[in-house]
Write a protein that binds this ligand. Sequence first.
Ligand SMILES: Cc1cc2nc3c(=O)[nH]c(=O)nc-3n(C[C@H](O)[C@H](O)[C@H](O)COP(=O)(O)OP(=O)(O)OC[C@H]3O[C@@H](n4cnc5c(N)ncnc54)[C@H](O)[C@@H]3O)c2cc1C
Length: 71
Amino acid sequence: MVDRCHEIRAFVDPIPNLFLIGRNGMHRYNNQDHSMLTAMAAVDNIQQGRTDKSNIWNVNVEQEYHEQKGA
Ligand SMILES: Cc1cc2nc3c(=O)[nH]c(=O)nc-3n(C[C@H](O)[C@H](O)[C@H](O)COP(=O)(O)OP(=O)(O)OC[C@H]3O[C@@H](n4cnc5c(N)ncnc54)[C@H](O)[C@@H]3O)c2cc1C
């Protein structure tokens, strides 16, 4: 399923007034900071009339985020 998320993105991205954000919204293992950054990017896009969602999808792609159990 996870490796087919690009198909969901390709389907929803053209919808101009729909912005998928956060952990559940993007089906991505975002932490709180990532989730807030995606929300801020969505607000920027709405304010600027930008319908391209790439800046949202570019959050949390540089490095994998893994929660680790404490000692
Ligand atoms: C156990 C646990 C520990 C975590 N610890 C950390 C941590 O230490 N540091 C960290 O950075 N991140 C942590 N995270 C991750 C962090 O919680 C998430 O990354 C972040 O909360 C995701 O934010 P979000 O806005 O995408 O979703 P959420 O914070 O889940 O917000 C979604 C909101 O939408 C509401 N909602 C759902 N459906 C509907 C509906 N139909 N109508 C109206 N409202 C609806 C929900 O009630 C919820 O309030 C942890 C997550 C878990 C589960």
